[in-house]
Ligand binder design. Sequence first.
Ligand code: HEC
Length: 158
Amino acid sequence: MITLVSANSKYDKVIRKEDNTSFNDDELKGYNIFKAKCSSCHQEPLFTNHQFENNGLLPDTSLNDIGRMKITSNVEDSLKFKVPTLRNCEVTYPYMHDGRFNNLQMVLFHYSNDIHTTPTLSPLLKNKIQLSEPDKNCLIAFLKTLTDEDFLRDTTYR
Ligand code: HEC
């Protein structure tokens, strides 16, 4: 597992200033929105802060998954889930612990319109995340720069 490292996405090349790679306008705008609104949880360079957070998903009453609390029995951990990396997220659908969202548009609709308030909701999300439609398109353009084709096609991992 330790050899499974994805570090050759367009994002990585831009950060390393490799081969004159640069973001296009939408990607750059998306990156700035991302740093302002998403990166406290999805922190660079791995795009996770390695914490457990409640990101406002409506609790699923059929699975009844209480998240981290199942392990710790601490009510403060109720509905907290591991913050996942967003590297290669273009291809890792369906999203969230129960796979409830099939595409990135649905994920962004969740953050902008559908945050569900429970006692452990992250304070960062209590006013939802304001995103216009163009903002969402730019964010998705940025998220796609985290796709690492070399990693995904590497036959060592088959
Ligand atoms: C308060 C912390 C927090 C903030 C802020 C946050 N996220 Fe998340 N994000 C999470 C957690 C926790 C999960 C996993 C929830 C689960 O497994 O049910 C997640 C899951 C995701 C996923 C699904 C990944 C997968 O593989 O299933 C995407 C995509 C995502 N977030 C994008 C974003 C974007 C874009 C923003 C900014 C608009 C953002 N997040 C802001 C905590 C956060």
